[in-house]
Every structure is written in structure tokens, then in C-alpha cells.
Design a protein around this ligand. Sequence first.
Ligand code: GLN
Length: 210
Amino acid sequence: MKRIGVLAVQGAFIEHCHRLKDMGFDAVELRNHTDAAQDLDGLVLPGGESTVQSKLLNELGMFDPLRAKITDGTPVLGTCAGLILLAHKVENGNGSGLERATTTSRVPITSFASLPVTVVRNAYGRQLGSFHATGVLHSSGSSGSSEEVSIPMTFIRAPHISDIGDGVDTIASLADGTPVAVQYKNQIGITFHPELDDDQQLYSLFASML
Ligand code: GLN
């Protein structure tokens, strides 16, 4: 049975564990250095508060063993705060909407910096912080052709992907084309919460990488 580690220091980790168990995986909660250093077939970084998670990863001695797994090619699924922890560059939103999303204030986050994207935290503003949408998943069909299928998306104080680096594929977008899920080698980063909707598509993509 494949063993998937779910970062469990803060945030929405229980829902991911349930989904992974339903899929037949051994989902183990990672809470300390020993947990993080064990052999894992995959890794899930849940949503929550990235500043708190980043601080705890460092304080609990989990940052280095997890970073080593990610850079060694262990498949990783990062959702919302989890995407922020993977991003090369993190900017702070000012809570007033996408068009004025960045400030120069210092961001107290040490990310793994393994996924070549820039993300803006809390980019959708206070009023629009949480919303539900139906977006588009770009997947390749059996003949290798590109297919678009709809996918439900729940956003909670979500980050915005403002820059996408070389080699990073956009795998899901909002209807207006805004990228909301990306893949780079062994890493999937999602700005919304797939664990909260009754849709398996992104979990199936992750499972296919294990
Ligand atoms: N706003 C949170 C952060 O900056 C992310 C929210 C979430 O994970 N749902 O870390």
C-alpha cells in the first residue's frame, strides 16, 4: 500500500487524509521531524495559514527533510497554503482585489521554493476571499489530444498565481482564463481546495504520479 504523508501541523489536513484513505492509500499525518524523515511515496501540503505552517516547519525540524523529498522527486500535491509553501516567490496581497494585489511588505514565509511560480497571498480581497466556481481542467485525452472538462472549485482566502516559469503547465483555470492549478515535474500546486468538493479528478492526477 502506498504511503502518503500529509503535513498535519495546521490547517485542512484531515479532509485530505479521508480522501486518500478512500482511494486506498495509507495516509499518515506528519507532525514532527521523525514523521517528516520517514520513507514516503507522496506528500500532501494542505491549505491553512502559510505563515504559521512555515514557522512550524522550521521550529519542528521538518523543513529540510520535506524539502529533500520534494527536490528528490517525491510527488507532492500542494493546495492553497500548500501551494504558497512550494512557490519560488511569495508576495503579500493587500486584500483589495487582484488589480492592486501586491504590496512591498515583508512576507514572513520561508517557502521550499521548488515550484517556479510567483504567488500573491490573499489576492482576492476580503469580500471575495471565499467563493465557489466551476472552472476548467485541461487534461490530455487518450489519443494525446487536449481535453477540457469542468471541475468544481472552492476558494478560501486564496492566492493568485501571478507569474508562471519555464516548464510549468497550467492544468486548471477559471472560466476567464486565470490559472488556478499548475504542474511542474513531480509537483502539483492548486489555489483552491479540492478536498472540499465531490470531485476526484485532481486526486486521480496525483495518484497517477505515485
Ligand atoms: N490565505 C492563506 C495563506 O496565505 C491561504 C488560505 C488557504 O490555504 N485556504 O496562507
